[in-house]
Design a protein around this ligand. Structure first.
Ligand code: FES
Length: 110
C-alpha cells in the first residue's frame, strides 16, 4: 500500500542537484532565506541567519551534522537548529524536509 505524503505547508525550494553532498546552500523564501544542507544524501533545512550577529549560515561550512557560521564560528546542529558551539547562545529554527524525486520540499508553516 502506498502512502501519499501530506504536503500542506511545504514549499518546493530546491533541486537535489543544487545542494551537493557535504555542502550547505541558501534559498530565498518570501520573508527571508533558508539554508539547506546535504549530509550523505539526507537534506536538512534551517534558518539562514545566525542568532549571534546575523551571519549567513548558508555560506558556512558543513561539518558532519553541524554548520559553522562563517562570521565568528558558532555552530548549529542542522537536524534540530540547536547551538553546539559559542558564541551563539540561541538556536535557529529548523524545518522538516521532504524529497520527491529531484525536488526538495521544506515545511515553512506548522
Ligand atoms: S554571526 Fe554567527 S557566530 Fe557571529
Amino acid at each position: 500500500m502506498s502512502v501519499t505524503k501530506d504536503l500542506t505547508g511545504f514549499v518546493k525550494l530546491a533541486k537535489t542537484g543544487d545542494v551537493p553532498a557535504g555542502t550547505v546552500r541558501t534559498f530565498d523564501i518570501e520573508d527571508g532565506s533558508v539554508a539547506i544542507c546535504n549530509v550523505d544524501g539526507a537534506f536538512y533545512a534551517i534558518d539562514n541567519v545566525c542568532t549571534h550577529d546575523d551571519g549567513p549560515l548558508g555560506d558556512g561550512k558543513l561539518i558532519g551534522c553541524e554548520v559553522e557560521c562563517p562570521r565568528h564560528g558558532a555552530r548549529f546542529d542542522i537536524r534540530t537548529g540547536a547551538v553546539t558551539a559559542m558564541p551563539a547562545a540561541v538556536g535557529v529554527d529548523s524545518y522538516e524536509t521532504y524529497v520527491d524525486g529531484e525536488d526538495i520540499y521544506v515545511k515553512l508553516d506548522d
